[in-house]
Ligand binder design. Structure first.
Ligand code: BTN
Length: 340
């Protein structure tokens, strides 16, 4: 990420948080940030208006750590502030990401929302986006061919799975094509949209929804707070996922890319996958169930799930031979899991 000078808001928050509940005088803050005392006062006012509990005492300004809220404002991300766009309420962060892509914002931009009124999953299914969940899109301008578009999606899925496992202290699994499960309940989903020119991707948006502190729409889903039995910071999860995406990209960018796809990346995906070797049905989903938990419709094939190939296609070993399915409109049901 491209680093910039800290804004006054970002700098003030860092300075006050360092004091861990003790007051900092206006003149000390002015000196630290390099602005006037009046500008410090104005910055405090605008943060208070944004919802921060900053107390003004005789000895100066203070933030009581226990009164801190889980904000996702751009200035919470320090030197990367310019890459973050936050909406209180929007239709879908995917649409905002698209608008920003067309306006030419930088690759690596992150678009977050408190709530979405038209959150969507794969194939236009609904993603119910209640307060307390983490909803964001990442805009990327990768040097990839359209044929390889699924690689970035695989990177994001691996990063989300690793991050959620580490934060929740429980193994999370990937379910093809784009779901993340813990204890056989959906905790997160990843979707992506691309725009291309010729053979190449112009921009790609990855949309990630994680059930964090929100109530989930059905018993087939679970939130991180339900697993941890306590509320957890969305900001912490977001930062962890963004860092992990960079780690996964770095780890796999140098590994052999052969004609199309990435063998090592697919093998990492398979190591996190649910139900490899299970009896599986590939189906066309019938309905638009809440949070993209699909009900099986027409069955296209039955066989044994073998994981994914280097371009992210599902490999199914059937009696008639091996079949490959693109991440289009099909999904999987594992026949011993009682969902078919
Ligand atoms: C799925 O499970 O099908 C993917 C769900 C992706 C939901 C996220 S929430 C943030 C971003 N904005 C959307 O409208 N969708 C994605």
């Amino acid at each position: 990420m491209k680093k910039n000078k800290l804004s006054s808001k970002a700098h003030l928050l860092i300075s006050l948080r360092k004091k861990q509940g003790k007051p900092a005088s206006g003149s000390l803050l002015a000196k630290e940030i390099g602005i006037t005392r009046v500008a410090v006062w104005k910055t405090v006012q605008s943060l208070v208006e944004a919802g921060y509990s900053i107390e003004t005492t005789e000895k100066g300004y203070l933030i009581e750590p226990k009164n801190e809220k889980d904000f996702l404002y751009p200035w919470e991300f320090g030197e990367n502030e310019k890459l973050f766009f936050h909406y209180k309420n929007t239709g879908s962060t995917m649409d905002k990401a698209r608008e920003l892509a067309l306006r030419g914002v930088d690759s690596g931009s992150v678009i977050t929302a408190e709530k979405q009124s038209a959150g969507r999953g794969r194939n236009g299914r609904t993603w119910v986006s209640r307060q307390g969940g983490l909803f964001f899109s990442i805009l990327e301008r990768p040097h990839l061919t359209i044929a390889d578009y699924s690689l970035l999606s695989m990177v994001m899925q691996i990063a989300v799975t690793r991050s959620i496992s580490s934060i929740c202290g429980k193994k999370a699994y990937l379910r093809w094509p784009n779901d993340i499960y813990i204890d056989r309940r959906k905790v997160a989903g990843v979707t992506s949209e691309i725009s291309g020119e010729g053979d190449f991707i112009n921009w790609l948006t990855g949309g990630i929804g994680v059930n964090v502190n929100n109530t989930v729409p059905s018993g087939k889903a679970v939130s991180c707070s339900e697993i941890l039995k306590q509320q957890i910071s969305r900001k912490k999860i977001l930062i962890k996922i963004l860092k992990e995406i960079e780690v996964v990209k770095k780890t796999f960018s140098s590994t052999a890319v052969y004609s199309q796809g990435n063998r090592a990346l697919a093998s990492e995906w398979n190591s996190l996958a649910d139900s490899i070797g299970a009896k599986t049905a590939v189906f066309e989903p019938e309905n638009k169930d809440d949070n993209s938990i699909e009900k099986p419709g027409k069955i296209l094939a039955r066989g044994i799930f073998q994981g994914i190939d280097p371009v992210g296609r599902c490999i199914l070993k059937t009696e008639k031979g091996t079949l490959y399915f693109n991440q289009g409109s099909v999904s999987l049901a594992f026949l011993n899991s009682g969902n078919l």
